[in-house]
Write a protein of this length. Sequence first.
Length: 71
Amino acid sequence: MPRYEFRCRACGDTFEVSRPMAEAAQPATCPQGHADTVKLLSTVAVTGRGGSAPSSGIPSGGGCCGGSCGC
């Protein structure tokens, strides 16, 4: 079941709620009982390669931090 992160505007607490995707947009009450919360935008890190090509250890793909800008 997906986990969604919320922040309470009243007390500043950040907390997670596990719920089905169909209920993702529903409001959540903070653990302190406050109802004025906002859902935070979470980032997802995806690692690995989908294909079976061997890795040379050299970044590829272009774009910034993909090897073409030198950073």
